[in-house]
Every structure is written in C-alpha cells, then in structure tokens.
Design a protein around this ligand. Structure first.
Ligand code: SAH
Length: 358
C-alpha cells in the first residue's frame, strides 16, 4: 500500500478544523510553520469575527495562495439552526444541531433597550439538580470552544434590528465550570475587541451550580461576573436539590466566594429559586442573610418554573414578596426575576434541546 498517497487521500476526507477552535497564538504558530507572516492572523480573525465571513475567499487583503491553504485546512462553521421558536414576550429559543448530530439550545431575551443571550456550555448536564429539566437527559459531552463562541456569533448575526445584543449569560444547558478550559477559551474570544467579538466582560456572566475547584481560577483568569446557583440555606436541603453540594457543601462554596476577587463595585450574584415548602420559609430568608454577610452579594430570586413530571411547585406570590422583604430590610439588593419565554419552554431550568416539539 502506498502510505503517502493514502495520507493525502485522508486529509481530503477528514473534517476540517473550525478556525474558531484556535486562539490567535495557535493561528500564528500554524502560519509560522508555513512561513507566513504572523500579522496575517489578525487579518484573518478580523474577517471571521468582525466581518462575520463564512469563507476564506472573500478575505481580499490576503494573498490567494494563503487563502487556498487556509480553506484546505480550516472551515468557518456556523451552527445549524434546527428550529427557532418565538415566545409571546418576544423571547427566542434557538435549537442548534451540532456537527455530530447532538442538540443544544440558546435563548435570546429582549430587554427594554438591549438583548441578553443565554448560552449553553455542555450538551446536557451531569449535575443532576432535581429542579432542572436539563438534568433529566443526563450528560452527553462538553461543547468545544468554537461551539460556545458560535452561539454568540451566529445569534448576533441573526439579529436584524437596532436593539443591540450586549449581555451574555452562561446559564443555558450545562455546568460551565465543569468545562473550564473551553469556557474560558471562548470567553477570551467573546470579549476580545481587537480580533474577537468585542463584548464587554462586565456584561458577561458565568453561572455555576457551585463547582468550587475552578472558582479561584475563574477569578484569576477572567473578569467576568460570577453567579452562584445557591437555592438553599441548609446542607440537607441543598444535598437533596443539588447533588453537587455533597462534594462542595455550602460552607466551602461560600468560603470560595468570599475569597473571589471582585472589582471595586462588583458583586457576586446569588440565584435562589423559590420552591414551595422546600426553601422558602422566613427562617431560610434569615439564614440567607447571615450566610451571605461575609460576601459582597446581590440576590436574584427566581420563582420556580415547572415542567412535566416535576413534583415541585412555585412558592405563593405573597411568600416570594415576604422573602424578598427580609433580604431588602437587611440591605441586600434582591430582585424577583420572572423568567421569560415560559410558553416555549425557554425559561430557567426548562431547556431540554429536544428536537421533537412537545
Ligand atoms: N449549571 C449552571 C448554569 C445553569 S444556570 C448553574 O447551575 O448555575 C440555570 C439557572 O436556572 C440556575 O440559577 C438555576 O438555579 C436556575 N433554574 C434551574 N432550574 C430552574 C427551574 N425549574 N425554575 C427556575 N429556575 C431554575
């Protein structure tokens, strides 16, 4: 068998690498190995992220020969939009089909003067939170860096009106800190204003179920906002609701939060779902006040969103208001967040990426 020939043949049939998987330094190295000047990397990436091009042949300031080599090795992938649903409140849920046939969802939420995009970090989720539909189907795999970036790049491209996409939250499917290096790699491109998508890191929030081992690294390596899904004030309750608590109990989680580096006016957001009879008592509110004392915190209260075959119920409105009042009386900013997009199962905890509509 002629191996040289068969390798050549293989490179023609192997899938090309999505260029979004590379950092600028990776690309510079690739170019250098082919005697191409490093400044070309900036030109190429500006086309990919600022001009949002889909092919290399439109990169007119780059020599044809280089463009051909690039398109031989790389692709500039978009995610396949399998379905887009629009809620009565304007929220849009994107179902994306990935290269290997798996599905994820991203949610575009219209606010008064801007859009917020909620993106996924994994296909499914391994954390098993009892109140979250994403947990039901279990975990399939981590998203690659390129797939995380693509959710932002593609939806930004898709928005055809003047309202601007400014805020990004990693609160979709998956646990971002369990896919740490791809998430941080994607963040670096999303916030790069020179050769990336140019979003402000002040308006990018990473939400975690409490994956303690990666918290301090996130604080050191990025300046994004941190949100913690706390959801309970006693280990017994949190163990039941969120199995991750058995490994990283409340005290350990809050100690890591107290040590988390914050900018002068920055605070950590604590998300607290209110579930009837489980975590919504007056004692819970008072315990929450005490627990958060050592931390610069604000609190988002999320009335529980229900889904099929779920035994939990949403707390009564009066209970939610009383809970909020205890927090505000103790000088916390506590906001009740009614999730949008409930009619299309796009609200917090309702993402299942099921290609067959209900
Ligand atoms: N794994 C990360 C990212 C997912 S964020 C994390 O846990 O933070 C999803 C957010 O939605 C979390 O704050 C979670 O507490 C909340 N959530 C999950 N299921 C919910 C439900 N059924 N109703 C309301 N909020 C829910």
């Amino acid at each position: 068998m002629n191996y040289a020939l068969s390798f050549q043949h293989m490179s023609a049939i192997l899938p090309k690498t999505d260029i979004k998987e590379l950092t600028r330094d990776d690309l510079i190295l690739w170019l250098k190995l082919r005697d191409i000047k490093p400044y070309r990397a900036n030109q190429i990436l500006k086309w990919v992220y600022l001009q949002q091009t889909d092919t290399f042949d439109v990169m007119t300031d780059i020599k044809k020969e280089i463009r051909e080599r690039l398109s031989h090795h790389f692709s500039i992938k978009r995610l396949e939009k399998a379905r887009i649903e629009t809620s009565q409140d304007g929220t849009k849920k994107y179902l994306f089909k990935l290269g290997d046939g798996k599905y994820i969802e991203s949610v575009l939420i219209p606010e008064k003067d801007h859009y917020t995009l909620c993106i996924s970090s994994q296909v499914g989720c391994a954390q098993g939170c009892r109140f979250c539909l994403t947990a039901r189907a279990g975990f399939a795999r981590n998203l690659t860096k390129g797939e995380i970036i693509a959710q932002v790049r593609d939806v930004a491209y898709d928005i055809g009106d003047s309202k601007r996409l400014t805020n990004i939250v990693m609160m979709g499917m998956g646990e971002p800190l369990a896919n740490y290096s791809n998430v941080v790699g994607a963040i670096n491109t999303i916030i790069d204003s020179d050769v990336g998508l140019g979003f402000s890191s002040r308006r990018l929030t990473v939400s975690t179920a409490g994956f303690v081992p990666k918290l301090s690294a996130l604080g050191r390596e990025t300046s994004v906002n941190l949100a913690i899904s706390l959801n309970a004030t006693k280990n017994k309750t949190r163990d039941m609701l969120m199995p991750i608590n058995r490994n990283y109990p409340i005290e350990r989680l809050l100690k890591a939060c107290a040590n988390y580096p914050l900018m002068p006016r920055q605070r950590i957001t604590f998300e607290y779902i209110l579930i009837k009879g489980i975590n919504d008592s007056e004692e819970d509110a008072k315990r929450l006040v005490r627990l958060l004392r050592p931390i610069r915190a604000k609190i988002n209260l999320i009335p529980f969103n229900t889904f099929k075959e779920c035994r939990f119920e949403r707390s009564e409105d009066s209970v939610i208001l009383d809970f909020r009042d205890i927090l505000t009386k103790n000088n916390y900013t506590a906001i009740i967040r009614h999730s949008k997009g409930q009619d299309i199962s796009a609200a917090c905890g309702q993402l299942s990426a099921n290609p067959i509509p209900d």
